[in-house]
Design a protein around this ligand. Structure first.
Ligand code: GLU
Length: 289
């Protein structure tokens, strides 16, 4: 096996302590396996993209000693690949247009006496648009046992999700015309030959959808490892929305030592080189036997 991993930041702002943990974990896993590590700029969500943020992220990664082994991939340049995958699914009848607004979905869940406040799409438009204009395009998930996706996460252990009851038919093309994250990430991982996905545990919940989509597209499923997310002082996931501070570009080693500690790794801060070799060795003991 030729290990290929990736770090896939969304350029919605500068890197912070939380995104550094994901970057570092994916980098260490690639190094521990003697593999390649590729950066992908996830700018498919154009309205959320902050001008200049992607270049700043790439510069910070370089400055912190994490160099992409191949030129970074930009999602904004990959529309043709997403369209081709979408059309393949369309040809097999697996996707359908949906005219529901968020409000209508919420209302129909209440009407169905949905006991759990999950946002599983109830499949209203499976049988047609009922005279409404098409908004999003959804992928049909199977019913019954076939909807249950199981996988073993290398950090979090055995996972199970019932796509039918916990997620419902999910959007591949959004109401605003943009490709959905789930489609983009699956097509990108497949085209880049990614064998191992290492990322934050906030995405654990998306993994079953991605595995199902891989099966629909006939592409391999990578190994997954989801690292614990970094929370702020009041238990919220660190993000730009919760006021995460950008990384201190003047103190890369301090920031890296802190990120490693979050992963349960103590590594010396003498130089970037000694830090990375010690951290890689520690990671390898746990995750690359
Ligand atoms: N772009 C996503 C994020 O920054 C990560 C997606 C992924 O790793 O699959 O949260």
């Amino acid at each position: 096996m030729i290990y290929r991993g990736r770090f896939a930041p969304s350029p919605t702002g500068p890197l912070h302590a939380g995104s550094l943990v994901s970057a570092l974990a994916s980098f260490l896993d690639a190094r521990a396996h003697g593999g390649r590590w590729i950066v992908r700029v996830e700018d498919v969500d154009a309205p959320r993209t902050v001008p200049g943020a992607a270049d700043e992220i790439l510069a910070t990664l370089e400055h912190f000693g994490m160099h992409s082994d191949e030129p970074p991939v930009w999602q904004s340049a990959r529309g043709d690949a997403y369209r081709a995958a979408f059309e393949r699914l369309q040809a097999t009848g697996l996707i359908y247009p949906c005219g529901c607004t968020r409000r209508e979905i919420a209302d129909s869940l209440v009407n169905a006496h949905a006991r759990h406040a999950t946002l599983a799409y109830p499949g209203t438009c499976r049988t047609g648009l009922h005279g409404k204009p098409a908004r999003a395009w959804r992928l049909r998930v199977p019913d019954g046992d076939a909807a249950v996706v199981r996988f073993v996460d290398r950090w979090q252990g055995a996972q199970t999700q019932d796509l039918a009851t916990e997620v419902g038919d999910f959007a591949l093309k959004r109401a605003d015309g943009l490709w959905a994250y789930q489609l983009a990430v699956v097509v990108d991982d497949a085209d880049a030959g990614i064998t191992h996905v290492v990322r934050g545990a906030d995405l654990l919940d998306s993994t079953a959808r991605q595995i199902y989509l891989q099966q629909c597209l006939g592409v391999p499923t990578p190994e997954y490892l989801h690292v614990p997310v970094v929370n702020n002082g009041i238990g919220e996931k660190l993000s730009k929305q919760t006021g995460a501070a950008p990384l201190d570009r003047n103190a890369p080693l301090d920031e890296l030592v802190e990120a490693a500690r979050h992963l349960g790794i103590e590594a010396p801060a003498a130089s970037l080189e000694t830090f990375y070799s010690a951290a890689t060795a520690e990671w390898a003991k746990r995750f690359a036997r």
